[in-house]
Design a protein around this ligand. Structure first.
Ligand code: GDP
Length: 366
């Protein structure tokens, strides 16, 4: 399951934002059952109008949207990479995530203590980035050490991996995140198992006060400039506003937001969900039949067996082929039968790269 970790220094608004996400997810999830949700995992439905259309075509009893898991990773502090404040545990939590939302404090409030005494989003970003880079450095160094000593058994290490490790070590030494290091596809493939923290895509969530939600502020501009330089994106949110929205009736929400100069469609949380989905290179494929029409989240570039594995590992292990049709094709044809007659139904093998909106039926050996 794909997970997005929420990180940031203490007191920047992570929990407030996370609780808003959980509440929002629970509200939207009322129609369909979820497996057990852990206390620090929030599930959010990704709105998608194609689901209803597929439901009509296949007369599905129920519809299940794609979801993104957000994981609250509290407690990341300066020194975490050396084990400060349960550091290693938190770093491990991040390692298990596929993407990171880095919450930065862009609001002033003298009642909310800042761990470093003043609001300075760039310094905060640096503190977190340094911890992540240090943790990665230690890991890369360890692996490189092994590789060099183990040259007698080259089967375990390829030259590609050693090359990649050397480039990474140099960059991380200067606190440059691994995601900014130029690696060939082969090199990237080799170092993937390391689960490097700074290789994960990042969205900066600039947490502003309600009055700055519409226009942003000086702090947000600084975060934007930084993010642009490193090719990451920024979403402006107000954790406080999101928290207040939850307690309001739907009709009151629009009014409340209007007074702040924003609309529901571009209030922070939705933007964050959309940004997490798109910018973290996720895409959707569907399964659709009489029982259920369902959207599944995969990473762009995933092949059919991996995509099947998102449903169940057995599907991946025993993958034979995938009956596939583009969602738009199916909707245009009006039924699976008509689509088949028009030759729009394809049988795809294990090397097929899944396209956005594919409707798939997996054939597999148990
Ligand atoms: P965390 O430590 O990062 O999880 O931060 P919390 O979510 O616990 O927030 C710390 C404090 O900041 C709480 O008292 C929040 O109510 C407050 N807070 C969070 N977001 C905002 C905001 O946008 N504006 C203001 N003024 N306070 C906020």
């Amino acid at each position: 399951k794909l997970q997005t970790g929420i990180v940031g220094l203490p007191n920047v608004g992570k929990s407030t934002l996370f609780n808003a996400i959980v509440e929002n997810g629970n509200a939207q999830a009322a129609n369909f059952p979820f497996c057990t949700i852990e206390p620090n995992v929030g599930v959010v439905a990704v709105p998608d109008p194609r689901l209803e259309k597929l439901k009509l075509i296949n007369k599905s009893v129920k519809v299940t949207p794609a979801v993104i898991d957000f994981v609250d990773i509290a407690g990341l502090v300066e020194g975490a990479s050396k084990g400060e404040g349960l550091g290693n545990k938190f770093l491990q939590n991040i390692r298990e995530c596929d993407a990171i939302v880095h919450v930065v404090r862009c609001f002033e409030d003298e009642n909310v203590i800042h761990v470093s005494g003043s609001v300075d989003p760039l310094r905060d970003i640096e503190v977190i980035n340094l911890e992540l880079a240090l943790a990665d450095y230690a890991q890369v160094e360890k692996r490189l050490d092994k590789a060099r000593k183990g040259r007698a058994k080259p089967a375990d290490y390829s030259q590609d991996e050693v090359n990649a490790l050397e480039k990474l070590l140099k960059a991380l030494d200067e606190a440059i995140p691994a995601r900014l290091v130029e690696l060939t596809e082969e090199e990237l493939e080799k170092i993937k198992p390391l689960g490097l923290l700074t290789l994960k895509p990042v969205i900066f969530a600039a947490n502003v006060s309600d009055s700055d939600l519409a226009e942003g502020n000086e702090f947000v501009e600084r975060v934007r400039a930084f993010a642009t330089k490193e090719g990451s994106s920024v979403v402006v949110v107000s954790a406080q506003v999101e928290a207040e929205l939850i307690s309001l009736e739907p009709e009151e929400r629009a009014e409340f937001l209007e007074a702040l100069g924003v609309t529901e469609a571009n209030s922070g949380l939705r933007n964050l969900i959309r940004a997490a989905y798109e910018l973290l290179q996720l895409q959707t494929y569907f399964t659709s039949g009489p029982t259920e029409t369902r959207a599944w989240t995969i990473r762009r570039g995933m092949k059919a067996p991996q995509a099947a594995g998102v449903i169940h590992s057995d599907f991946e292990r025993g993958f034979i082929r995938a009956e596939t049709i583009g969602c738009e094709d199916l909707i245009a044809a009006g039924s699976e039968k008509d689509a088949k007659e028009k030759g729009l139904l394809r049988s795809e093998g294990k090397d097929y790269v899944v396209r956005e909106g594919d409707v798939m039926l997996f054939r597999f050996n148990v």
